[in-house]
Design a protein. Structure first.
Length: 339
């Protein structure tokens, strides 16, 4: 999402109690082999430093959680959401996806994907030391959550071959860079950073009109270091990793599709932010650049993956954040798949 001028910080971590209708994957599934190891990272913060991964096809998917908790009031995020509709859905949203005071619970995370060929990091979260005055919980933060989670999953920054950003918003580019010797340097020293050329051009134009701090500290330094590659919105890295255009949230937002024989998994980025939007795909948050386009993209994305084997690895759904899309009346739901 785009940085917004809402002053209240993330107040508390998401409650871990499971509730609501989200069923778990049948235990006899042969498609997904789930592994779980509790990391010895000295962190007891729930999801933060756990080594949880899903194996699907011949790829392995790790969640790298940086932050999770109530983010903003649901009624503020969705301009067309009525209090009545929120009331009617509270029973299945709360407490995991909706806090007691009706704030939507968001997770902020990256995914690291190990394919037979490469290690790919999708979306790079919030980052440390970044000046973000309008969002106090991100502003100049210096926690070890991201790096601990990366290490707990068995990766070092030198292991990442490619960084792919679904779009260039502040919470998807943060760990592209880190502060070293007073300079923003690429966090992943040998990675190629694959960025939609059209998305980059759009934000270059916006940055020229009004300077965007996250573009300056987390995108441009990667360009200057010569580690960025600007690609088409339907770029294919190889036989396992490809982009699919999903415009609306930003003009050239892309989803990352994974798997050799069709999509074993897909990373929709900010095509949707909350399970409430699966249920009601026409709910567009105020931070979508084109709300009509994003609503169309959201519905066609959910329709495309409905009742398929594809794991939908969301950017912001509360933990476990990953699920399979099934139908729910005129909308959809994402049935959780939990390591
Ligand atoms: Zn986002």
């Amino acid at each position: 999402m785009q940085e917004a001028g809402i002053p209240r910080p993330l107040g508390k971590r998401a409650q871990s109690t499971r509730s609501g209708p989200a069923p778990t994957l049948p235990s006899d599934s042969i498609l997904v082999d789930m592994g779980l190891q509790t990391a010895l990272a000295g962190h007891t913060g729930g999801e933060l430093a756990m080594n949880k991964f899903l194996s699907v096809g011949d790829i392995r998917i790790h969640r790298i959680v940086e932050l999770e908790g109530p983010f903003l009031p649901a009624l503020d995020i969705f301009p067309t959401l009525s209090a009545q509709l929120l009331d009617a859905n509270r029973h299945w949203l709360a407490p995991k996806a909706l806090s007691r005071d009706d704030w939507l619970v968001f997770c902020f995370q990256s995914y690291v994907v190990r394919t037979p060929h490469h290690t790919v990091l999708v979306d790079s979260c919030i980052g440390n030391d970044k000046v973000r005055p309008t969002r106090p919980e991100w502003n100049l933060k210096r926690d070890e959550n991201f790096m601990r989670a990366l290490a707990a999953s068995g990766f070092s920054v030198g292991d990442v071959d490619f960084v792919m950003c679904t779009h260039l918003h502040v919470d998807h580019v943060g760990w592209n860079t880190r502060l070293q010797g007073g300079r923003w340097t690429p966090t992943f020293p040998k990675a190629r950073y694959l960025i939609s050329k059209s998305e980059f051009d759009y934000w270059t134009e916006q940055h020229a009109k009004t300077p965007l701090p996250h573009f300056a500290d987390s995108v441009l330094p990667v360009m200057e270091a010569g580690q960025a590659e600007l690609v088409h919105d339907d770029y294919a890295l190889d036989d396992h990793v490809r982009l699919a255009p999903t415009p609306g949230h930003t003009p050239h937002h892309v989803a990352v599709c994974l798997g050799q024989d069709g999509d074993d998994a897909v990373m929709p980025g900010d095509v949707l932010h909350s399970p409430l939007q699966a249920r009601y795909p026409e709910l567009s948050p105020r931070f979508d650049v084109d709300k009509d386009a994003s609503a169309k993209t959201r519905r066609s994305f959910l329709e495309r993956y409905c009742d398929t084997r594809t794991l939908c690895c969301t950017a912001h759904f509360p933990s476990p954040s990953i699920g399979r899309v099934t139908r729910w009346d005129d909308g959809f739901r994402c049935d959780s798949v939990e390591p």
